[in-house]
Ligand binder design. Sequence first.
Ligand SMILES: Nc1ncnc2c1ncn2[C@@H]1O[C@H](COP(=O)(O)OP(=O)(O)OP(=O)(O)O)[C@@H](O)[C@H]1O
Length: 298
Amino acid sequence: MTHPLIIDGLTKRYGDLVALADMTFTVHPGEIFGFVGSNGAGKSTTMRIILGVLAADSGRVLLGDRPIDLEMRRQIGYMPEERGLYPKMKVGEQLRFLAELHGLSTADARDNVERWVARLGIAERIDDNVGDLSLGNQQRAQLAAALVHEPSVLVLDEPFSGLDPVAVDVMSDVLKEKAAEGVPVVFSSHQLDLVQRLCDRVGIITKGSMRALGTVDDLRGRGGVTLHVTGPDTSTRWADGLPGVIDVDYRGADSFLTLDAGADDQQILAAAMSRGPVHRFATSLPHLTDLFREVVSA
Ligand SMILES: Nc1ncnc2c1ncn2[C@@H]1O[C@H](COP(=O)(O)OP(=O)(O)OP(=O)(O)O)[C@@H](O)[C@H]1O
């Protein structure tokens, strides 16, 4: 049974520094939520509070309608930013130990470990000490540690940093699979192309508060749609003054129009065709990175 993970009004100070100021968001069952923000914005602090590694000054974390307690936290799969595996312990031993610590029987722990190390491509390293693995493989082991007890919530602090492209694909597939099982998944990342590709919803935080929150398309749509038209004679400034056209950048044979919600694409197409043949007529949304820059610099 999965429940939404609700972060409700968290505040946290370190001395004079306000690390979190009314941090609020919900991660729904089956949703991949991307938690993004500049360095020092408060992502790790929020995740540590969710896990109970750190106490908030005020605010609550709930699973469904219940404030999260120690027992409920055992259902969370967590990948801490500072990584937490013992370098001098063997990968397999350590994962089995963690699985049993979360209440699995010895047999289930062994089965789960075998399954996850195979899935994450580190089966042949199971008898190596964690500290002898490459950094990317340590990260795969760390993900296995977050998954080995079949958690019903996933909270991952920068799980993609330092992974090679194959490992990024494996990690992405695993997160999608867990979400498809109904698990709420939240991860932080500075890799916005990945966030854009993978997440159902994204929260952009600055200075400890949520500044923009929505589906990837919602957020990208806030920046306005761009229409790229190739063909019409740009010297005529053919798109100037058309309804819904906020701005036009004419470059050689190309015209880039910034549109608002009221723009009528058929009217624009007719205007373009009246000035010659149209070879390209395509809309695009801004990249999440553009929106991120806008939000953090506001
Ligand atoms: N133990 C601590 N003592 C004092 N200040 C801290 C402590 N931990 C974090 N901070 C400060 O709290 C703020 C939020 O830090 P946090 O690690 O949550 O940010 P983050 O969004 O995870 O950043 P990054 O993307 O760089 O990992 C930062 O200004 C940081 O310097």
